[in-house]
Design a protein around this ligand. Structure first.
Ligand code: MLT
Length: 410
C-alpha cells in the first residue's frame, strides 16, 4: 500500500493563483466577447531587454558549437554570474558577500519552499498575515504545522498580523519563532521596512537563535533612500539570515527562470544536542543532490543585467512598472479608495469600498469591468477587505482598467 503525505490534506483549497485563473477562465468562456485585463498574478508583460536577449542568443549559439558546448554546469551556478551578483548586488551597497555564499536557482518560489527541508519539523515558523501563500503552504506540506482552524490559521504557525494600524509591517512575535519569513518590499501589501525595523528583527533573531528567511524578490523597486535593499545591510544579519533574490521581477524572467539564494558562511542552526551546525553545507548538499542548475544561456542572460547597458535597461523596465503603479495609486485614490504600497513595490494594496469582502470585490470587478486583481483574503485572514493590483500589466491596459473602475456602481 502506498501512503500519501497527509500534510497535503491539511492544505486549504487550491493555490491562490490557479483558483483566480479558474474563475477567470470560467467567466471568459461564458463571455467570449469581453476584453479581460489581468492585474492579478504578478507576472511581467514587457519583453526581455536587448542586452539580456543578446546574451541569451550568444549563450544558445555557444551551446550549438562543439568548442563552446557545455554539459552540466556547476551546481551553485556559473562563477561569472555569482561573481557579478556578489559585486553588483552586494559589494556596491557596502555588503561583503562572497560568490561561494550564492546559490543560483530557477526561482525564489522554489527556494523559499525548498529551504524548509533542511530545517527540523520542531521549528516554529512565523509568517506575516497577509503573506505570499508559498511560505504558509510549504510550511504545512513539510509537516511543521497542525491543522487549519476555522479562523484560517494553522496550529503551530505564529502569525504576525499586518494591518493599517501597524502600517502593514509586522511586530515581533509574542510566541517563540525559530524561522521567520519576512518579505520586503512586501508582497502583497507593497510596504517596505526601514533599517531600524530590520535591525529590530536581526536583534530578535540573534537573541532567540532564530533564522530570518528574507525574501527580497522586489528590492529593485525600492525608490526611497534609506530603505535597505538587503537584510545583510544590517549589522549581524549574516549570522541569522538567508536572503532570496530573483531576476523574475527585476528583469522580466518569470518565463525564463533565474534566481539566487544567499546563505552566509557564518549562519548556524542547531542539532538536538544544541551543537551549532553550519547551514550552508546542508543547502549545498540538498542543491547538489536534487538540482542540476539553471541552463547556461539563462545564466548568461541573467549576468547581462549587470553590464552597463543591462543596468540602464533594467532601470527603464522598473520605471515603466513603477509608472503603472503610480497611475493605479493616483486613479484609485481620486476615486475615493484608500491605497497603500506602489511606491517601492509593483503592488498596490487597496481597501475595498462599501465593506465588500475581497472575493465580493473580485467578482464585482471581474463581472462589471472585466478587470482581474487578487483578493486580499487569499493572502491570509488579515487581508480580508483588501485587494491587490499588480502593476505588471501593459500601460495601455492599466489606463483602460482605471477608466473602467471609475464606472463601478456601488
Ligand atoms: C504574485 O503574484 O504574488 C507573484 O507573481 C507570485 C510569484 O512570484 O510567485
Amino acid at each position: 500500500m502506498a501512503f500519501i503525505n497527509e500534510n497535503y490534506l491539511k492544505l486549504k483549497a487550491g493555490y491562490l493563483f490557479p483558483e483566480i485563473g479558474r474563475r477567470v477562465r470560467e467567466f471568459a468562456s461564458a463571455n467570449p466577447d469581453k476584453n479581460i485585463i489581468r492585474m492579478g498574478i504578478g507576472d511581467v508583460t514587457q519583453p526581455l531587454t536587448p542586452a539580456v536577449l543578446k546574451a541569451f542568443h550568444e549563450g544558445v549559439e555557444e551551446m550549438g558549437n562543439k568548442d563552446t558546448f557545455k554539459g552540466y554546469g556547476p551546481e551553485q551556478g556559473y562563477d561569472f554570474l555569482r561573481e557579478a551578483i556578489a559585486i553588483n548586488d552586494y559589494l556596491l551597497r557596502g555588503v561583503s558577500i562572497s560568490a561561494d555564499e550564492i546559490f543560483v536557482s530557477d526561482g525564489s518560489k522554489c527556494d523559499t519552499g525548498n529551504i524548509q527541508e533542511i530545517f527540523g519539523n520542531e521549528n516554529i515558523i512565523a509568517i506575516c498575515d497577509p503573506v505570499y501563500p508559498v511560505y504558509a503552504d510549504t510550511t504545512v506540506m513539510s509537516g511543521k504545522t497542525g491543522i487549519c482552524q476555522p479562523n484560517g490559521y494553522f496550529d503551530n504557525i505564529v502569525y504576525m498580523p499586518c494591518n493599517e494600524s501597524n502600517g502593514f509591517v509586522p511586530e515581533l512575535p509574542s510566541k517563540r519563532a525559530d524561522l521567520i519569513f519576512l518579505c520586503f518590499p512586501n508582497n502583497p501589501t507593497g510596504t517596505v521596512a526601514t533599517k531600524e525595523i530590520l535591525k529590530m528583527w536581526v536583534d530578535y533573531a540573534i537573541a532567540n537563535k532564530s533564522i530570518i528567511l528574507y525574501d527580497a524578490a522586489y528590492e529593485a523597486y525600492i525608490t526611497e533612500d534609506n530603505i535597505p535593499h538587503s537584510i545583510f545591510e544590517i549589522e549581524g544579519a549574516k549570522s541569522v539570515a538567508i536572503e532570496f533574490r530573483s531576476f523574475s521581477k527585476t528583469a522580466g524572467f518569470t518565463g525564463t527562470r533565474c534566481a539566487f539564494t544567499v546563505i552566509p558562511n557564518e549562519l548556524f542552526a542547531f542539532d538536538q544536542q544544541g551543537n551549532p551546525v553550519a547551514v550552508k553545507p546542508l543547502w549545498m548538499r540538498r542543491h547538489t543532490t536534487k538540482f542540476n542548475g539553471v541552463s547556461y544561456p539563462v545564466q548568461k542572460a541573467a549576468a547581462a543585467i549587470y553590464s552597463e547597458q543591462g543596468k540602464k535597461e533594467v532601470k527603464e523596465l522598473i520605471s515603466y512598472y513603477l509608472g503603472n503603479a503610480a497611475i493605479i495609486r493616483k486613479s484609485l485614490s481620486e476615486q475615493g479608495y484608500t491605497v497603500f504600497g506602489g511606491i517601492n513595490a509593483p503592488y498596490v494594496w487597496v481597501k475595498t469600498k462599501s465593506n465588500l469582502t475581497s472575493w465580493e470585490f473580485f467578482d464585482k470587478l471581474l463581472h462589471e469591468t472585466n478587470v482581474v486583481g487578487t483578493p486580499g483574503s487569499g493572502f491570509g485572514p488579515s487581508g480580508e477587505g483588501y485587494f491587490r493590483f499588480s502593476a505588471f500589466a501593459d500601460r495601455a491596459n492599466v489606463l483602460k482598467a482605471m477608466d473602467r473602475i471609475k464606472n463601478l456602481k456601488y
